[in-house]
Design a protein around this ligand. Structure first.
Ligand code: SAM
Length: 377
């Protein structure tokens, strides 16, 4: 495999030379630098002792956690032998020390921090390391569901599970049957599909966690490019699990774009989308701590900071109005988003932009007021 060195954050990483990223024998996607920046900031705020990068590929993510956060022990795992060998090379390159073989498929690097490189199926490693990790990262190709059960058992009981899902076509309703199979949920198409997809993903984790008497708090969840990402704090106990389940519910939308949602274990009306998470998508304090840290941290992606700022300023209510979709659905002219937001604020409502779409806003104004604001411009 021909390698080239790239720099991301504080890490130097050897990655395979390839025309297209999916042709490479070991996967590296520079676009995901923003995902990794945000994750580094999250780990920086959380200060976990033990971290697992369960699906590590080149090792970039775990190596950045080791170099750029206070984490004390970082495990980098992959099922591919080529990935494992590259992880070993990349850890040596960044730490400047040799590792010691501590098992047939396991090498430990003992420096200021402990880094363990591991070659195995992530499910087998997570089953072995029961309630061991303070922060566990699942960054798979496609859906994380096949790793969820073991991940929930491998995270400590007040630990944090971070997950990426790149199967946006499934969660956004392009492959409805696949969404039913993987997430046991009905996806919605149209302008709400990304937010609903993210909420279906979180709702799925809530349902998986409940059987272990675990609830979750969402520290931060977002949609970007071609993926969803969520940082979820586990909370132990039947009451916490019940509380999280009570945040599940269903969504309805009519032809005009008007949506309604309802917290309920079962839908009370037909044509419901879900079940999905209707609780918050962020803890404001957590996001603001990440933003403060971002001020002193050298980030790899130029969009990380503005993206986090948008999320920080965003009104955290379920679902949003896409002004272009609303105008199309109701035969209206599209006004400027900033003016529509100002009109609603002038009437005493809260309204903000949202990271879900540059043409959309979140507001606590009723649908009829939103349409009036569109008509008035
Ligand atoms: N986290 C990496 C990053 O930030 O660059 C990218 C990971 S890549 C999307 C997914 C990786 O999961 C691949 O390297 C693949 O070999 C690995 N993988 C797939 N199935 C696995 C399994 N069951 N156990 C462990 N690794 C697996």
């Amino acid at each position: 495999m021909e390698l080239v060195e790239v720099r991301e954050g504080l890490a130097k990483i050897l990655v395979p030379k390839a025309e297209r990223i999916y042709d490479a024998p070991v996967f590296y996607n520079p676009v995901m630098a923003l995902n990794r920046d945000i994750s580094v900031l999250a780990v920086g705020v959380l200060k976990p002792g033990t971290v697992l990068d369960a699906l590590s590929a080149t090792g970039i993510r775990g190596i950045r956690y080791a170099l750029e956060t206070p984490a004390k022990e970082v495990w980098l795992n992959d099922i591919s032998g080529e990935a494992f060998n590259l992880i070993l090379e990349n850890v040596r390159l960044n730490l400047g020390i040799d590792g010691e073989r501590i098992g047939e498929n396991r090498v430990s690097f003992e420096g200021e921090k402990r880094i363990v490189a591991n070659l195995d199926d992530a499910n087998r490693l997570m089953a072995e390391k029961f309630r061991y990790f303070d922060f566990l990262d699942l960054d798979p190709f496609g859906s994380p569901v096949e790793f969820l059960d073991t991940a929930l058992r491998s995270v400590r009981r007040r630990g944090v599970l971070a997950l990426t899902a790149t199967d946006t076509g499934v969660l956004c309703g392009a492959y409805r049957n696949a969404c039913r199979r993987k997430y046991l949920a009905e996806p919605i198409r149209g302008e709400l599909c990304h937010e609903a997809g993210l909420r279906i993903l979180i709702g799925t984790v809530v349902r998986y966690a409940a059987k272990y008497d675990l609830g979750i708090d969402v520290l931060l969840a977002y949609y970007r490019d071609h993926y969803f990402r969520a940082f979820l704090r586990l909370k132990s106990g039947t009451r916490k699990a019940d509380e999280s389940l009570s945040n599940l519910g269903y969504l309805w939308q009519d032809e005009s774009g008007k949506f309604t949602y309802e917290q309920a274990f079962l839908p009370e009306r037909p044509k419901a989308y879900g079940p999905l998470w209707l609780g918050p998508l962020k803890e404001q304090g957590f996001v603001d701590d990440m933003l403060s840290l971002a001020g002193t941290h050298s980030l790899a992606h130029k969009k990380t900071l503005p993206f986090l700022e948008t999320i920080s300023g965003e009104l955290d209510v379920p679902f949003h109005y896409d002004t272009h979709a609303l105008a199309r659905r109701n035969n209206l002219q599209v006004g400027k988003l900033a003016d529509i937001i100002e009109t609603l604020r002038g009437k005493g409502y809260s309204a903000t932009r949202t990271h879900f779409s540059p043409t959309a806003m979140k507001t606590d104004a009723p649908f009829e007021e939103v349409l009036k604001a569109l008509r008035s411009l």
